[in-house]
Design a binder for this molecule. Structure first.
Ligand SMILES: Cc1cc2nc3c(=O)[nH]c(=O)nc-3n(C[C@H](O)[C@H](O)[C@H](O)COP(=O)(O)OP(=O)(O)OC[C@H]3O[C@@H](n4cnc5c(N)ncnc54)[C@H](O)[C@@H]3O)c2cc1C
Length: 462
């Protein structure tokens, strides 16, 4: 059987496969954006006896206690850096943000200098929870294996270009974004074509933010946002007045909004696009952005037994996998990839990443003091499920809503919530990542070892 074959590759004495013989404790983090990165930086600090302040006060308090054997973290990601998906509408619209919103792991001071942190650039193919082995494909298409004691699955949803980058390397991402921006502006972003017509299809959060950013940064471009349903944000569990207000703000910001109309797109021989609405109206566009596609699951590498019908990972409140696979308590899921309440959000992913790190570290310390009484063992933190909340950028304004906080919107709300870069600077500060100065770049970036959305995002999440 295939799974057995994987375990044999790494564990010739397969009866011992489930024993954690390795020293130090090996943690594999698959996916290193909001959720995965939060787990990494928290684990690194726990391992130094300097656990970060916990978002939840009832998390295990390690004081300065350190693991005897230490922790070795391996990160596997299809990207060579941390991409700010929340900022994609800006990164894919304005060149000065493009270059900043992807932080290569090899180019951040805090990630490249850790002796117990390794980065693998590739794509997870299969997890064998029994053998605790991950099978993955490297960038040359070669199959590799990685053994672990603990796994953190943080692969999010597979979102589609241009909601997120389509390539795995920084250089490719720069090229893709440059081409995309030149199609928005009709050439050089410094001299956008006055009167150019851009149509965005789909008024979910992504379409709304793209339409708003294009209009804000290139006011001379005519932006039309088309949605098949009568209200924008139609598939989000939000009150009707919130959706209506979002539409009003879009209009205030200068976006033409068409709702209740499906659109059919035909590319014309002259390179323009015909956009035919269900009501028979025909628009001509210079460029069309499709933001109708939903994110898809990234969980095919996991056994089906640990997934729900939407292919989300079924986790307990402490974020360990439910007991439907071998070694479930050694497997954790965080962020968009798990079945959870509320709207899938970056802030939630970060809180989960910290919790998974704390709980894995607690399990590690407990495993090193097996003779301690149950009272002396660390208790794993259990999260409460949370209510839907949203913060959405609409051009120069932002709207936030939560069932307790109610609705707020305006330019000041934007400044306080997202700043001028959709929350990126605040997030980097919160996580604690700084850029390597160019002249100090390492000779071999690939060999580098490695840890979003600001604190307010997180506050809003819980
Ligand atoms: C345009 C846009 C705007 C958004 N705006 C907001 C907002 O304003 N506020 C908010 O809170 N949320 C927002 N979100 C949602 C937010 O981005 C997600 O909730 C968040 O990214 C989830 O974080 P995550 O760590 O779970 O997954 P992701 O951020 O998706 O990270 C997953 C990581 O896993 C890697 N990966 C995936 N599959 C594999 C594999 N097979 N092998 C190896 N690596 C893999 C990916 O390369 C990636 O690095 C927005 C999303 C988009 C697209």
């Amino acid at each position: 059987m295939r799974l057995q074959a994987i375990s044999d590759v790494l564990n010739p004495i397969s009866p011992l496969a489930n024993l954690s013989l390795s020293v130090p404790h090996r943690v594999l983090v698959v996916g290193c954006a909001y959720g995965g990165l939060s787990a990494v930086v928290n684990l690194l600090d726990c391992d130094k006896g300097k656990a970060r302040e916990s978002y939840y006060p009832d998390a295990p308090d390690f004081k300065e206690k350190r693991s005897r054997n230490g922790v070795e973290i391996t990160v596997l990601d299809e990207r060579d850096g941390y991409f700010h998906s929340v900022g994609a509408p800006l990164a894919h619209t304005v060149p000065k943000h493009t270059v900043n919103m992807w932080k290569r792991f090899s180019h951040t001071n805090e990630l490249r200098s850790q002796r117990n942190l390794n980065f693998k650039h590739g794509s997870l193919q299969r997890i064998d929870p029994d053998a605790k082995v991950a099978e993955w494909l490297d960038r040359n298409g070669k199959t590799q294996h990685q053994a672990y004691d603990y796994l953190i699955m943080a692969t999010g949803l597979k979102r589609h270009w241009p909601a997120v980058p389509k390539s795995g390397s920084y250089e490719e991402y720069l090229r893709d974004s440059q081409t995309f921006i030149s199609k928005i502006v009709g050439g050089d972003p410094k001299i956008p074509q006055e009167g150019r017509r851009v149509v965005v299809i789909g008024a979910g959060a992504v379409g709304i933010e793209f339409a708003g950013e294009i209009k804000t940064h290139y006011p001379g471009i005519n932006v039309t946002l088309i949605h098949s349903r009568d209200q924008v944000l139609s598939s989000e569990p939000l009150p009707s007045d919130v959706k209506d207000k979002v539409k009003d703000i879009l209009v205030e910001e200068g976006v033409d909004v068409v709702t209740g109309n499906r659109a059919a797109i035909t590319e014309l021989p002259n390179g323009e696009f015909e956009v035919k609405l269900a009501n028979g109206t025909v628009l001509i566009a210079d460029f069309v952005i499709d933001s109708t596609r939903k994110g898809e699951p990234t969980t095919d590498p996991l056994p089906e037994a640990c997934l729900n019908k939407d292919k989300e990972v079924k986790v307990n409140l402490d974020l360990s996998f439910q007991d439907t696979i071998p070694n479930a308590s050694s497997h954790f899921g965080v962020g968009d990839v798990v079945e959870w309440s509320g709207i899938k959000r970056a802030g939630s992913a970060m809180v989960m990443g910290q919790t998974a790190a704390q709980n894995i570290y607690a399990a590690i310390l407990n495993s090193e003091s097996r003779h301690a009484s149950p009272d002396e063992q660390y208790k794993l933190l259990k999260l409460n499920k949370w209510e839907p909340v949203i913060g959405i950028a609409i051009g120069k304004q932002c709207l936030t809503w939560g069932s307790k906080a109610g609705m707020k919107y305006g330019v000041e709300v934007m400044e306080g919530y997202f700043g001028d870069d959709l929350g990126w600077a605040g997030n980097l500060k919160y996580v604690g990542l700084t850029d390597v100065e160019e002249e100090k770049e390492p000779a071999k970036p690939e060999a580098v070892k490695m840890g979003e959305v600001g604190v307010q995002e997180i506050s809003a999440a819980a």
